[in-house]
Design a protein around this ligand. Structure first.
Ligand SMILES: Nc1nc2c(ncn2[C@@H]2O[C@H](COP(=O)(O)OP(=O)(O)OP(=O)(O)O)[C@@H](O)[C@H]2O)c(=O)[nH]1
Ligand SMILES: [Mg+2]
Length: 295
């Protein structure tokens, strides 16, 4: 059997986390229409009879603007070097630009086996796919291109087969029931952040960190969860809370339902909003909120 690690790399918002989730068959990473959704390296593990693929989901490539995005980009760069192969995710519906070609070549230059997942084919004209594949080929991008739709589940099995074929012979790295390296507590914080990404606009979600202060399973199979939504500015706090607390109430309730689904139990959720001025530029706070390059 084959087994190994595969870095999932691509521009921000390309569809990496969505693809990892469908490949693994469970939600291991949050997803949103906004770039910079993934902040950390997250493992998603697919175990089959013929082998195991450990996908390393990474923060999308995006311009660096603060200490947090700087850490995120270093996380991605490091992930790409510590693996057996690379799955480069390209948003097919966004078209092929010069900077896409440049990025693909940058990762090909690492010398690892690499495949390109050309995703979101469900929202673009089919005729464009062979034309784009030719464009990449002519530009000297020497990697197989797999058109897929993560949303529709199209070509996913074929992609997984091709990814597995790039990996070395070996025994599984994780036991077969494990799908992620992340704790339930981490996922709870992420689900809260996902709902904030979906509910609020502009800089607000990007300036939010979640700190879970209490994560307790009670005897009657319910969970008590207390968390802080930390934001960067007083006016962000006001927007997060909304008139008479209505916005926060809706967001928390939305998050709670997903937490219940994830934990398979009832959740009693308490949410506070706190302000830490410009935490995204303060290394100590970034670390306090769980973001670092450490393996
Ligand atoms: N139509 C369509 N939308 C998709 C597909 N895959 C992902 N999306 C959407 O694309 C957006 C971004 O998806 P993510 O999976 O969060 O993208 P990402 O590459 O992980 O983004 P970052 O973590 O920010 O780098 C979301 O709105 C997804 O629902 C697909 O196959 N088809
Ligand atoms: Mg992501």
């Amino acid at each position: 059997m084959r087994s190994g690690t595969v870095a999932v790399i691509g521009k921000a918002n390309a569809g990496k986390s969505t693809l990892v989730n469908v490949l693994v068959g469970e939600k291991v990473a949050i997803v949103s229409p906004k770039p910079q959704t993934t902040r950390d390296r997250i493992l998603g593990i697919l175990t089959r009879e013929d082998g195991q693929i450990v996908f390393v989901d990474t923060p999308g490539i995006y311009r660096q603007r603060n200490a947090l995005t700087d850490i995120m980009m270093r996380t991605t760069d490091r992930a790409a070097k510590d693996v057996d192969a690379i799955l480069f995710v390209h948003d097919g519906h966004a078209g092929v630009r010069d900077d896409d070609i440049e990025l693909m070549k940058k990762y090909l230059a690492l010398g690892l086996p690499m495949l390109i997942a050309y995703t979101k084919t469900d929202i673009m004209p089919k005729e464009k796919i062979p034309a784009d594949a030719k464009l990449l080929y002519d530009a000297g991008v020497d990697a197989d291109v797999f058109p897929v739709s993560a949303r529709r589940g199209r070509n996913i099995k074929k992609l997984a087969d091709a990814v597995l074929a790039m990996l070395p012979e070996g025994e599984p790295l994780f036991s077969e029931d494990v799908v992620s390296d992340r704790s339930e507590k981490f996922m709870i914080a992420e689900l809260m952040r996902e709902k904030i990404l979906l509910k609020y606009e502009k800089e607000i979600p990007h300036g939010v960190a979640i700190v879970v202060n209490t994560f307790e399973k009670q005897e009657n199979n319910t969970y008590r969860i207390d968390l802080d939504i930390v934001c960067e500015k007083k006016n962000h706090k006001a927007i997060l809370i909304g008139k008479q607390g209505q916005a926060l109430k809706e967001t928390a309730s939305f998050a709670r339902k997903d937490m219940e689904k994830f934990l398979g139990a009832r959740v009693f959720l308490t949410v506070y909003v706190k302000v830490k001025e410009d935490w995204r530029d303060r290394a100590g706070l970034i670390r306090d909120f769980g973001y670092s390059e450490d393996e």
